[in-house]
Ligand binder design. Sequence first.
Ligand SMILES: Cc1ncc(C[n+]2csc(CCOP(=O)(O)OP(=O)(O)O)c2C)c(N)n1
Length: 324
Amino acid sequence: MAEPSSGAFGMPGWIAHQQQMLTHFGDEVEQVVVLGHPSLSRPVTRLLAKDDVRVIVCSQKPDYTDVFGNASVVVDSIKPAVSPMPMQDWAEKWVQRSAQITRQLSALKLPDGARAAKSVWAHYASDPSHALVLGASNPIRFVDLVASEPIKLSAKALPAMEIGPVHAARGQAGIDGTIATAKGISVGLDMPVRVLVGDLTFMHDMNSLINRAGEQPPNVDVVVIDDRGGRIFKSLEHGLADADLYERFFAIGHDLDYRALAESAGWEYLSIDYQDTEAESDLDQALSAAPSGRIIHVRANHENIRDEIRSLFSDNVQELKRNA
Ligand SMILES: Cc1ncc(C[n+]2csc(CCOP(=O)(O)OP(=O)(O)O)c2C)c(N)n1
């Protein structure tokens, strides 16, 4: 299991939907080998906090990540298994359950932002000839929840794979500087980049849209999930606050004119509204083209995001257990 920016997400051996898998089947886990800094979702941190799970951390740095201070062993490397894994059947079962969660999700109405994230991921995974940057807050978590397609590895994809398939500012996880990061990766890798951000994250880095006099925007698509402010807090404890308090102190929605902004900075502007029946196909069409200096403004209604996210976990566990 892997977080989207870990370098293993979408790669061979990856099991999709780690949050749902750990919520339903985390109790089966006896031992975890931790590489990197997993802290994106509560199902993962809950697993690492359990008393009855043996945690092995693999790190070459003295300041390794041990989220709950309960690592039993710290090693500086691990070797691939030389013979078939003794737990092959168990691993197979998890692969099948994950595939079944994919099928169950396809029958659900996903939150608008998760639909956009799923489309962005699907286009990237099928043709990773551009790089992908995921903004903090819900965009990266939506990808973690709904992405299912493995990355189609090809010669075209190799330059991006050299520094990892998916990029995100994890660690500090700031919402600032995300557009600048995408522009930098585009210049550094000399390849197009698509970046998926929430509207507050977009606002925190609007000045990175400005290009030097006489220069065109880089080959970067900025896909903005505009749900009028910071909606991640709705699914956290803050979401229990009175609506007025929430809107004023946590959401901080705004009436930015995205089209005017895009045009004044020389970017192409596309509008997608999930209220429209054509939204899905319009977004798909936009994402089929290579990233090219566009702001793809996706209007999302996340009024009920807390319940909508919860519904992504409400699989019929008995059915999952029976079938796998
Ligand atoms: C520089 C910085 N300031 C504040 C925060 C705290 N923060 C985390 S998520 C978030 C809201 C982000 O809103 P948005 O980009 O619209 O995404 P959404 O929550 O709607 O998915 C904020 C303010 C942060 N991570 N980094």
